[in-house]
Design a protein around this ligand. Structure first.
Ligand code: ADP
Ligand code: ZN
Length: 756
């Protein structure tokens, strides 16, 4: 009675359906048939949410197919229909099936991502507010008559008589300093009517958006936009578009105008941005361009309250919102009549979800666009190798913006060889002599500096110089980081914290030394070197307060901060015209990760961070501190040579059978018991070897680079191949047939980005 897993079967669309096939919100790995009661027969459709009997209880689920007949035995009826319209469109149900097949993941898990929890549970409703209005025309003598016996009612009635419509009751009572009892008395007398109405919890309700208008595009922008318009005119045949535009080339303006055209065609649009770039600034750019109706733009991100998410989602589903701006999961926004999906910063790894379903929002966007016959526009200054390869192969249409809008020069990149610096100064300083001099020059000219280091904390390890013991996390195979502000040792992987010992706990000697450094130490070092400068730090530790991020950015923009030290939080998409210097404290951090994308990430990071410098009239300068100055990623980034970098990286990938030439699939086997994890990994690998045809490459199971995480020992099995759907299916079949010990978990990651 259930589908063969992994096969996309066309969904039966029966008008006079008697049965519904339902995926319930539990991990039971199968779909169940239920009969449709007469009472709501005409309201059940694909994508409807239903309450159904399941075992001895009832459960919520989603209808994925309608059937005229069912061969299942013991069919029971659907208990109730949840919501007044289907939560998902047929297209989104189809997308869920595709994801389940491609990402080797049970469909109920996919459903969890498609429907926000607040919608699935259906426990949170609209926020209701009591509105008051006059029930009839109120005459002056009626008010006077009340005055003697009930002066307060008279006073309130007088206020009501002046109302021009309904207002929130609370507001009226506040204005008149009267109470609810008085209001109810007037209702009883038939003077006022009270009505409950749903009010939207709009996270941006109290912000004013000043309307902005289309900018006049430059030549490159004009031709890029007209290519997008062409696609919008014939979406059935349009290829996905890759917009490769250097930072500051005006990509966002193209998105905005493409969205205008989409709306003008009566269609809707989704804009995906990385969570980290979903700042008030970004939201404002969209809200103000489409400000004619407050509801036109809905925003979805992880900081919404459950109530806000409920309201934004319904605003989208009911068709009131026509543009959705959001992070990864906004790719599932339930918009009808989709015309355009924009994926900004398409190369960003945060589009990949690191828990099941382990999907990549850019790739899902491309598939959804194909299913809905809409245009997909991928924009970036540093295309991912996958997308650029697709463009070169002709699968995507490539558009280029080579000039910055302000005609500003690309910043000058200077590589600081830390090996030389070290020889000269004995101890390696955090800031090289060159970088220090450059900062001094900026301070004199009242220009601003950004210093970037992708590592938090003060010291990255605490070692005993007598016995050599390091303070490691008891749950993970990493050293604990010393945070001076919090005066604690912290594990950045599991959050474990420990007190800072005075003596070595292993040998009791007073010989502890701190080594390695993070942003906290950079900040303190910089403050020490430049005592008159205003220095601020921006990272996950210093930005815990809700408004801290906004406040710090505001202070920086208005020139109240001279030097901003931060992690990737400051690397992306922010505009600061007065920043003329960027220092990358250690370019090697990303480069030496055990990951085939390490080079790509370093190139992207350097290019993105460099894009922060020199947006105004003064050209910017970037100092890249590194121990490996001749690594290709650094050299190509230095010369702003994307094509050169792409070519050499592509050759490397081809030689090693890595994406974009082959898809990779990573199985991680974990358990609290090391030997059991290892044994299970070996068994799985053996079974896979039997099941996989020769065209697939299977690497021997090995301990993961991060051997222990949160108390679990981890082993990796890496597979590669071209026919990804086939590979996914074989993996699922193999795993389904193989009972693992209770305490062993095997997870499958298709197109993985995290190889630790
Ligand atoms: P990108 O997204 O490519 O980094 P943006 O779209 O953020 O670039 O554009 C950078 C700046 O240039 C923004 O302040 C934007 O308003 C401005 N801008 C974009 N296009 C134009 C234009 N055609 N004329 C004038 N200013 C523009
Ligand atoms: Zn830990």
């Amino acid at each position: 009675m259930f589908d063969e897993r992994g096969k996309i079967s066309p969904l039966p669309q029966t008008v006079n359906a008697s049965y519904a096939r339902v995926i319930i919100d539990r991990s039971i790995h199968r779909e169940l048939d239920y009969s449709i009661p007469e009472t709501f027969a005409d309201r059940v459709s694909i994508g409807s949410r239903v309450r159904v009997p399941f075992r001895e209880k009832s459960a919520l689920g989603t209808v994925v197919a309608l059937l005229a007949e069912s061969e299942a035995e013991g069919i029971r009826p659907i208990e109730a229909l949840v919501g007044d319209r289907p939560a998902l469109s047929t297209k989104l149900v189809e997308l869920a099936r595709w994801m389940s097949t491609y990402y080797c993941c049970p469909i109920e898990t996919v459903m969890r991502s498609l429907l926000p929890q607040v919608i699935r549970r259906a426990e949170v409703g609209w926020k209701k507010q009591l509105f008051v209005s006059a029930a009839k025309e109120i005459l002056a003598e009626e008010i006077e008559k009340l005055r003697k016996g009930a002066p307060r009612q008279a006073e309130l009635l007088e206020a009501v008589s002046k109302l021009k419509g309904a207002i929130p009751a609370a507001e009226l009572l506040r204005q008149t300093s009267l109470d609810n009892q008085t209001l109810r008395a007037l209702e009883k007398r038939g003077f006022v009517s009270l009505r409950e109405e749903a009010v939207a919890r709009d996270p941006h309700a109290d912000e004013q958006f000043i309307a902005s208008t289309d900018l006049t595009l430059n030549l490159e922008q004009t031709s890029a936009l007209s290519a997008v318009e062409e696609a919008l005119a014939s979406p059935e045949t349009a290829k996905p578009i890759l917009l490769h535009g250097v930072t500051g080339s005006g990509k966002t303006e193209i998105y905005l105008q493409a969205i205008s055209s989409t709306l003008a065609r009566g269609k809707t649009a989704i804009v995906l941005v990385p969570e980290i770039s979903l700042t008030p600034q970004t939201v404002e750019r969209f809200k103000s361009r489409f400000s004619e109706a407050q509801d036109t733009v809905a925003v979805l991100h992880s900081h919404l309250s459950e109530g806000e998410r409920h309201d934004e989602w319904h605003k989208i589903q009911s068709g009131r919102a026509r543009i959705v701006v959001g992070a990864r999961s906004a790719v599932f926004a339930p918009l009808e009549n989709l015309g355009l999906i924009v994926v900004d910063e398409e190369h960003e790894t945060s589009y990949k979800q690191e828990e099941a379903p382990r999907y990549h929002a850019r790739d899902v966007a491309v598939v959804r666009a194909k299913m809905e016959q809409c245009v997909v526009l991928l924009g970036t200054a540093t295309p991912s190798l996958e997308s650029y390869h697709n463009a070169v192969e002709g699968k995507y249409r490539l558009l280029n913006l080579t000039q910055r809008v302000d005609d500003c020069q690309m910043p000058l990149m200077r590589i600081v060889d830390l090996r030389l610096a070290r020889r000269k100064e004995k101890v390696a300083a955090i800031l090289s002599e060159q970088l220090r001099a450059a900062i001094t020059a900026r301070l004199e000219k009242h220009e601003q500096t950004i210093l970037f280091l992708n590592r938090r904390g003060f010291s990255t390890s605490l070692l005993c110089s007598a016995c050599g013991e390091a303070r490691n996390c008891p749950n993970c195979s990493v050293a604990l980081t010393f945070h001076r502000g919090a005066a604690r040792l912290t594990c950045h992987l599991c959050g474990h914290t420990a007190a800072v010992p005075k003596k070595c706990p292993a040998c009791s000697q007073d010989a502890l030394i701190y080594s390695g450094f993070g942003t906290e130490k950079v900040e303190s070092n910089v403050a020490h070197l430049f005592p008159t400068a205003v220095v601020r730090r921006m990272d996950a530790d210093s930005m815990t307060r809700k408004d801290a991020y906004r406040e710090t950015l505001h202070a920086f923009r208005s020139g109240k901060i001279d030097i901003l030290v931060g992690t990737q939080m400051i690397a992306k998409g922010l505009h600061f015209p007065n920043v003329t210097l960027v220092g990358i404290i250690n370019a090697d951090l990303a480069l030496h990760m055990p990951d085939f994308r390490a080079g790509e990430r370093t190139f992207q990071l350097l290019t993105q961070v460099a894009g922060r410098a020199g947006r105004g009239e003064t050209p910017g300068e970037v100092f890249v501190q590194t121990y490996t100055p001749f690594s290709p990623s650094i050299q190509f980034a230095r010369h702003h040579d994307f094509a050169g970098y792409f070519q050499q990286e592509l050759e490397f990938r081809e030689r090693c059978d890595f994406p974009p030439f082959k898809h990779a699939v990573l199985i991680t086997v974990r358990s609290a018991h090391e030997t059991r994890a290892q044994f299970s990994a070996e068994t799985i690998a053996r079974r896979l070897k039997e099941a996989l045809p020769d065209e697939f490459i299977l690497s021997a199971p090995s301990p993961a680079p991060l051997e222990k995480l949160q108390g679990q020992f981890r082993f990796h099995i890496l597979m590669r191949g071209e026919a990804i759907v086939r590979l996914s299916r074989i993996i699922r079949e193999t795993l389904d047939k193989l009972p693992l010990p209770e305490d062993v978990v095997a997870s499958v990651d298709v197109d993985p980005y995290q190889l630790l």
